[in-house]
Design a binder for this molecule. Structure first.
Ligand SMILES: Nc1ncnc2c1ncn2[C@@H]1O[C@H](COP(=O)(O)OP(=O)(O)O)[C@@H](O)[C@H]1O
Ligand SMILES: [Mg+2]
Length: 295
């Protein structure tokens, strides 16, 4: 579980981007964060991996091993089994699982934590001059000594992890191609594969489909859903489009002026009701431009 307690963020120029945010996100959820541009969505997302530090408050993550800073989620035994099935040997008795306030972490501890938290961006953040495989292998960097990373010599086991990740996002045939030759949708799939290779337990997606055409948008969203459901990766996605949140999220969080003003599970309310609620979050009518597909 990721638990925000009274989190506020004021940037150096005085802009208050988050105001007293309280939010609990459970393992395996697919949370869509909705709100107008400037509402604080990106800031909120980036506090989870502490790329942005908070001014006030705490962010707790449960079941973190205090030695490795690996995240084992709400059901550690299940996570250990999953990882063991992937060929990663983990001894339960050697783990010291505790709840950690990530806002207190620094340096090495923070780097260790971040290896468990993937991030994908609107602009893909793929290294274009490298091959697809090399891009995915960068997800293994935190697991290897610096000399390997500098020389770009990866272990066979890491390559196998990368191939599996590429297969998962259905792009295995591009493995040895240059990343610069990919379409936008393919680049985003490579970015998803990179976070899979990273063995990320949490994936932060900041407007992951905002640069894609409608057809590709749904393809990429389907892969996010797949890794959320099959790999149990907890998904927190800032989304621009209301219909994507309705279709993919298990929970919708609305933010306005840095405050969480809406937070409900997806089920139990009709699309129409949610859209009506979201008009309060947006402070205006929801219209055609808020949908990717036909509505
Ligand atoms: N590095 C920064 N320095 C100062 N203000 C910032 C910075 N980043 C974002 N902001 C401001 O904080 C507010 C929230 O921004 P952001 O989290 O990017 O919102 P969103 O992702 O919802 O568009 C906005 O007013 C934005 O201008
Ligand atoms: Mg943003």
């Amino acid at each position: 579980m990721i638990k925000f307690v009274n989190v506020s963020k004021t940037y150096a120029n005085g802009t208050q981007a988050l105001k007293n945010v309280n939010l609990e996100i459970f393992e395996g959820e697919f949370v869509a964060i909705l709100g107008l541009s400037g509402a604080g969505k990106s800031t909120l997302l980036r506090t989870v991996n502490q790329i942005i530090d908070v001014t006030e408050g705490h962010i707790y993550i449960d079941n973190i091993d205090v030695n490795t800073f690996d995240i084992y989620g709400d059901n550690p035994d299940q996570m250990i089994e999953k990882l063991t099935n992937k060929g990663l040997s983990i001894e339960r008795d050697k783990l010291d699982l505790q709840t950690i306030d990530v806002t207190t972490l620094k340096g090495k501890q923070l780097r260790k934590l971040r290896k468990n938290i993937g991030m994908i961006f609107q602009s893909f953040n793929i290294i274009k001059r490298m091959s697809v495989l090399q891009n995915v292998l960068t997800g293994r960097v935190a697991y290897n000594p610096t000399w390997r990373n500098i020389l770009g010599i990866y272990k066979e086991a890491d390559k196998q992890i990368a191939y599996r990740a590429l297969k998962k996002v259905d792009i295995l045939e591009k493995t040895f191609g240059r990343a610069s030759e990919l379409s936008g949708g393919q680049m985003q799939r490579v970015a998803i594969a990179r976070s899979l290779a990273q063995e990320a337990k949490i994936l932060l997606a900041d407007e992951p489909v905002a640069s894609l055409d409608p057809v590709t948008t749904f393809e990429v969203m389907e892969f996010l859903k797949k890794i959320n459901q099959e790999d149990g990766v907890t998904m927190i996605a800032n989304l621009h489009h209301v219909d994507l949140a309705l279709k993919y999220a298990t929970r919708i969080v609305g933010i306005k002026g840095g405050e969480v003003v809406y937070d409900i599970p997806r089920h139990g309310k009709s699309d129409k009701q949610i859209i009506k609620d979201l008009e309060l979050v947006y402070g205006r009518a929801i219209g055609a431009k808020d949908f990717v597909g036909e509505h």
